[in-house]
Design a protein around this ligand. Structure first.
Ligand SMILES: CC(=O)SCCNC(=O)CCNC(=O)[C@H](O)C(C)(C)COP(=O)(O)OP(=O)(O)OC[C@H]1O[C@@H](n2cnc3c(N)ncnc32)[C@H](O)[C@@H]1OP(=O)(O)O
Ligand SMILES: O=C([O-])CC(=O)C(=O)O
Length: 378
């Protein structure tokens, strides 16, 4: 037992994993050995999920079977629909809504009572949770805007079907492929905070729904997944201010504010996902004739890298890219969850393969030997 204190568990190894590897010094990310650049360019989200859940890339036949089985789970049952409707009526924050909705899935899951050691049941639940999270986010957005949810279609990919359900319009190939790529890029990232919280919950032998629900709550915070929406809010605030982007950022830093979308616990250089998303943001901006958000982002990046030595993370360029795609700002983090749910599940399943309760210690710095005073004598 060591008494060395590692605040924020920085650099502490707590598990072995063969899911994803990050070299933060050179900006390298791989899923099961495959470079993120290759997966982003050529693999679909379903293919990536198969890789994460089943150890290897699927053959065409395996992928077709896997994708069809996931697509068959897209529909929501009436119980979940009414939960979503009530949350939308209450105008719940979208990430809080996702947390509650994911939790509610278990009430209607045929395998809810299966033991956590039942791998086949876990895979069935994994497919359901992943498929239904996308449907639920789209339905939530429609209902809060006074529209009826759009029923999922099984003939579309996970990405295309999500955009179809969100907009009640089949996306063109560019939009569907871009969104699919975003899902691939966000699917896994080592022991990030939300994945770790899923693992902590799973390590108690709480079930998949409990573990994923923990993770959704953890992802919502502004230091983690919540940063993507904060980036876009910042870009809009700058645009509406009378300051140029550099002055705005200088003032924010002088006020002790953090600039959303910059900095990372593991990367000391630019996040490789930000490089890919930046290029896509530029491409989509040019195609839409609106490069303002991308240009502003580049200006901010150049300044912060130069002045502060802090590089952009995944959340920086996804913001301007989603904005050009017409996705509502407060859905950016729910969309992160729509993808990352696959990574959470992969780590939960890996945790259960060789489970040990996760339970660190705190150094006690409180009082000792306090004399207890009965309540009426205090
Ligand atoms: C999907 C994701 O979760 S990616 C991360 C998304 N989060 C964000 O973009 C929010 C903004 N970023 C941050 O707050 C941080 O960089 C984190 C939380 C991501 C990582 O934090 P940590 O590893 O704990 O680094 P820490 O907070 O110790 O920062 C180190 C130094 O860099 C500075 N710094 C780090 N990020 C930023 C930032 N975005 N803006 C300004 N300064 C920053 C800190 O002030 C600190 O400086 P100091 O040593 O002079 O006090
Ligand atoms: O790894 C982290 O700490 C945060 C992150 O980039 C992610 O979860 O994708």
């Amino acid at each position: 037992m060591t008494d060395e204190l590692k605040r924020g568990l920085e650099g502490v190894l707590v598990a072995e994993s063969d899911l994803s590897y990050i070299d933060g010094d050179v900006g390298k990310l791989v899923y099961r050995g495959y470079a993120i650049e290759d997966l982003a360019a050529d693999a679909s989200y379903e293919e990536t999920l198969y890789l994460l859940w089943h150890d290897e890339l699927p053959t065409r036949a395996q992928l077709n079977e896997f994708s069809a089985a996931m697509a068959a789970e897209r529909e929501l049952n009436d119980g979940v629909r009414s939960v979503i409707r009530e949350l939308a009526e209450a105008d719940e924050d979208p990430m809080a809504a996702v947390r509650t909705i994911v939790s509610s899935f278990s009430a209607f899951d045929d395998d809810a009572d299966a033991d956590v050691t039942d791998h086949e049941a876990n895979i069935r639940k994994s497919r359901r949770i992943t498929a239904k999270t996308a449907t639920a986010v789209a339905a939530y957005d429609r209902l809060r805007n006074g529209n009826e949810p759009v029923e999922p279609r099984e003939d579309l990919s996970h990405a295309a079907n999500f955009l179809y359900m969100l907009n009640n319009e089949e996306p063109d190939d560019v939009l569907a492929e871009t969104f699919d790529m975003a899902l691939v890029l966000h699917a896994d990232h080592g022991l990030n905070a939300s994945t770790f919280s899923a693992m902590v919950t799973a390590s108690t032998l709480a079930d998949l729904h409990a573990s994923v629900t923990s993770a959704v709550g953890t992802l919502s915070g502004g230091l983690h997944g919540g940063a993507n929406a904060n980036v876009m809010r910042m870009l809009k605030e700058i645009d509406e201010s009378d300051k140029d982007p550099i002055t705005w950022v200088e003032d924010a830093l002088d006020d002790g504010r953090r600039v959303a979308g910059f900095g990372h616990r593991v990367y000391s250089v630019k996040d490789p996902r930000a490089t890919i998303l930046g290029a896509k943001s530029e491409e989509l901006g040019e195609a839409a004739g609106e490069t303002k958000w991308y240009d502003m982002s580049v200006e901010i990046e150049e300044y912060i890298v130069e002045e502060k030595g802090i590089a952009p993370n995944v959340d920086f360029y996804s913001a301007s890219m989603y904005y050009v795609m017409g996705i509502p700002i407060d859905l950016y983090t729910p969309i992160f969850a729509v993808s990352r749910v696959g990574g959470w599940i992969a780590h939960i399943l890996e945790q259960w393969e060789d489970n040990r309760l996760i339970r660190p210690r705190a150094r006690y710095v409180g009082e000792m030997d306090a004399a207890f005073v009965p309540i009426d004598e205090r």
